[in-house]
Design a binder for this molecule. Sequence first.
Ligand code: NAD
Length: 371
Amino acid sequence: MLEIVDVDLPGRAYQVRIGTGLLERAGAEIAPLLSRPKVAIITDETVAALHLDALRAGLAAEGIAADALSLPAGEATKAWGPLQHCVSWLLDQHVERGDIVIALGGGVIGDLAGFAAAILRRGVRFVQMPTSLLAQVDSSVGGKTGINASQGKNLIGAFHQPSLVLADIGVLGTLEPRDFLAGYGEVVKYGLLGDAAFFEWLETQGPSLAAGDMAARVEAVRWSVQMKADIVTRDEKEHGDRALLNLGHTFGHALEAATGYSDRLLHGEGVAIGCALAFELSSRLGLCAQEDPSRVRAHLKAMGMKTDIADIPGDLPDAEGLLHLMGQDKKVVQGTLRFILARGIGTAFITSDVPGEAVRGVLRDALAGRG
Ligand code: NAD
């Protein structure tokens, strides 16, 4: 089972290869990119314990030597300290301009290792081997790399496209169910923002996909990556259309900030709740049908996902507090908040023209548990 999506960026085109057994075949997949039979792998401790041996064996089968650095798992690793550690380790391994760095892990490792590769010797090539569903459908494709600052998430970084993405669907089997479903939040996002047929497909296939159906998982990743590749090819640096990928993120980021980026709410969970809120807002503004937000929430609920603000454990700020956090979002341009709203399922658009009172109303009712 192998699907290939081309990311056709002029001068920086690459393939996303999606299927099973890619870890074991990594040597053969990567060998054509190498100037010498040696790679450096950056991973996290959780993923290393589960999958590093298989990758090493796959590389060794083609005579490729591999050094590996395992960093602590979790968002705290996307920071200056681990970045410095990573870059200095790569220099100690004598990684040269012509070499390849492999990022083996979820979005945290992909963003960190990609950024390290971007700044090492003014840029070395890297291969993304995403191991979480979120990383396979989103963060490994499109070239956004970086770390967090104390002032906010993802505020330091660079656009640096990978040379190849190998998404081994088999490794998703070891993900904690909660992490899998959080990644699924991003999958649903693609259907909602740009493809009603994909959302419909997810409504029927979602449960078997979550239960482990490999063919359905490959198809969901392929569909998502194809949509991301199309958008990134049109707008690599987010001057326009790429912002559509932020559907659910303006609400989601505020909720993540309100919960201190803690275990109370994972990124993908915030995105899922945020998508439901964006549809609720769109419906109240008369942009989409009243049934649309209910349909979005019904699917999230059917998947056993967090759907409403009320599903977040613990206390939250009031509507005003959340609105303030939304104002800290990266998508604020000259003080105006940009929203991704929808005219229906599969037809999202970008707008700055949203009355604050409508947003406040949606938040107030959501906080009161009224949808
Ligand atoms: P993550 O990398 O922290 O992975 C989540 C958890 O799953 C970690 O504990 C990790 O060790 C574990 N894990 C990963 N693969 C596993 C596997 N196969 N088996 C068992 N455990 C596994 O987080 P994530 O959800 O993958 O990514 C979130 C990050 O991605 C955030 O930092 C976010 O900002 C970033 N992101 C970046 C982009 C982009 O375009 N660059 C897009 C979306 C999100």
